[in-house]
Write a protein that binds this ligand. Structure first.
Ligand code: HEC
Length: 179
């Protein structure tokens, strides 16, 4: 028991230290810096973004639907900083803003014809605003997760390109607040 505890404490210390070193270094380096192995497992490549804890309790900004090949229902949630910015029409979004987009397959309800409901969950996507750390990508860090694990680097190279090409005038954010 004792040994297990000591080992857990050592791991905790080591990972806290790794986090500190990484956090400090990140401010003045570009976002393409490789991640330390201890963080790479659940953090997105390129950006080092993780799924924020407690996000499922956050407020809804708006739902969306993508027809076509993916055919998904989505919900975009935001933390307090994000919601305050939406309510006050603050642009650009302040540092600390986090937006999370959940997506599910769009399926017909078994219970009522003509009704559609979320099917299996597909991706969780995250945008984190940190204007110093992510200066090279408009101040935003991106993460796309499937089953809680980040997808590959190639997919993460597409995020900024599409968001910047289409919604530069809205600080790279597509979703508007749905009252
Ligand atoms: C081809 C264009 C395109 C690419 C590539 C893309 N997105 Fe988006 N993203 C959108 C659109 C359009 C929305 C608006 C909501 C929707 O359609 O569901 C969106 C919404 C979001 C949102 C909610 C905030 C907002 O801007 O509305 C997050 C978070 C997000 N995307 C993350 C990502 C991540 C992470 C990647 C890369 C792994 C990525 N996106 C790649 C088009 C794109």
């Amino acid at each position: 028991m004792h040994i297990v505890f000591r080992r857990a404490a050592a791991i905790l210390l080591a990972s806290t230290f790794a986090g500190l070193v990484w956090g400090q270094g990140a401010a003045d380096k570009t976002a393409s810096r490789p991640l330390p192995a201890s963080l790479a497992d659940d953090a997105s490549p390129i950006f080092g973004v993780t799924i924020p804890s407690g996000y499922r309790q956050w407020e809804l900004v708006a739902p969306s639907h993508e027809a076509g090949r993916l055919d998904e229902l989505r919900g975009v949630l935001g933390n307090r900083i994000a919601l305050a910015a939406y309510r006050e029409n603050t642009l650009p979004f302040p540092d600390g803003t986090i937006l999370v987009k959940l997506a599910w397959k769009h399926v017909a309800s078994d219970e009522l014809e003509g009704a559609f409901v979320p099917g299996r969950p597909t991706t969780v996507q995250v945008m984190v605003k940190d204007s110093a750390r992510y200066a090279a990508t408009g101040g935003w860090g991106f993460g796309r997760f499937i089953g809680g694990k980040p997808v590959d680097e190639a997919q993460h190279e597409t995020c900024y390109a599409c968001h910047a090409a289409n919604v530069k005038s809205h600080d790279l954010v597509f979703t508007r607040y749905a009252p």
